[in-house]
Design a protein around this ligand. Structure first.
Ligand SMILES: Nc1ncnc2c1ncn2[C@@H]1O[C@H](COP(=O)(O)OP(=O)(O)OP(=O)(O)O)[C@@H](O)[C@H]1O
Ligand SMILES: [Mg+2]
Length: 294
């Protein structure tokens, strides 16, 4: 049995130690998931720390992270297991003609000829792991149904080999960017965590952690501007990832303030759509230019 977190407080402190600053409900949900053995469904806009949470949690729990990156058309062969046809063929070819099919069959459907994919690896692992099923909304509903089965029983049936049962219960995180509605059945089995853009103070702390040498006043102004930009009706509002990139860029450039010129020069780090650039330059750039804003 792997070490179980003792309290929500321990989880919060542990995640921080791994460089992840959890919001209020994040530590609570992570704690419950580890203790109750339930998967977490993490939803929220791009770049708010969904994937990073799984990585930090794995490090904190001292478990290996097994990641299944979802995409359109992902199937069982790539998610669960598949037979290594080439190796099976070679095996058959090297067999003497006199060997009967029965003997060969027993052999080529053994573990040696099985290619384990992430779901199978996570279930078969003797040590408990953290399983990250990233961007589940990119797959189709059939895949989701298969996943439901795996997540409710923590076992996989291979017709030729029999049942493989989970020896250690993995902590499972599923992430979604909300590109499609997930089924009720899946949601019912999961704890739910909605990660949104952080508050000013929280984001300031995250930025300071990733760019500790950036002057405090610049960092504070940066998160204020980012919050202002997110208020605009943009195609792609800047995420935490962009705030961090911007902080690092300003640090490299030795910026002591974010004045109108600096803002315009570095705008493309936080805004990445042609039309968004115009909107932001006009609405925010002008504010920075006026003496009121500084
Ligand atoms: N709470 C946090 N503490 C520390 N760093 C954070 C936090 N949230 C986000 N980050 C940083 O923000 C960046 C983006 O996070 P991540 O890649 O996990 O986003 P995501 O939600 O998975 O995005 P996407 O939906 O695009 O995959 C990472 O570099 C991560 O380190
Ligand atoms: Mg991600």
């Amino acid at each position: 049995m792997a070490a179980q977190p003792e309290s929500v407080h321990h989880v919060a402190a542990g995640l921080r130690e791994q460089g992840y600053l959890p919001g209020e409900s994040t530590a609570l949900v992570a704690y419950l998931a580890a203790r109750l053995g339930k998967p977490i469904l993490v939803e929220g806009p791009a770049g708010v720390g969904k994937t990073e949470l799984a990585k930090a949690l794995a490090k904190y729990l001292g478990r290996e992270l097994i990641r299944l990156q979802c995409y359109e058309g992902l199937d069982e062969a790539k998610a669960l297991y598949e037979w290594n046809y080439r190796k099976q063929l070679l095996r058959i070819q090297t067999e003497a003609d006199s060997t009967g099919w029965e003997d060969v069959q027993d052999d080529i459907f053994g573990p040696e000829f099985l290619l384990e994919r992430p779901l199978m690896t996570a279930i078969a692992s003797p040590e408990p792991v953290v399983l990250l099923i990233d961007e589940i909304d990119k797959t189709d509903q059939e895949f989701e149904a298969m996943l439901l089965e795996v997540l409710s029983d923590f076992q996989i049936s291979i017709p030729e080999l029999g049942r493989i049962e989970s020896r250690s219960h993995p902590v499972v995180l599923l992430t979604s960017n909300n590109t499609r509605e997930l089924t009720e059945a899946l949601k019912r089995r999961c704890l739910y965590l909605w990660l949104d853009y952080p508050s000013l103070e929280h984001e300031l702390e995250i930025v300071r952690m990733h760019a500790p040498d950036l002057p405090e006043t610049v960092a504070a102004k940066l998160v204020e501007i980012i919050a202002m930009v997110r208020e605009l009706d943009l195609k792609k509002p800047p995420s935490i990832a962009e705030s961090i990139d911007w902080a690092r860029a300003l640090l490299l450039l030795g910026a002591q303030d974010i004045d109108e010129q600096t803002f315009r020069d570095t705008l493309s780090i936080i805004v990445k759509h042609r039309t968004d650039l115009d909107i932001v330059a006009e609405r925010v750039g002008v504010k920075l230019g006026s003496p009121l804003a500084s």
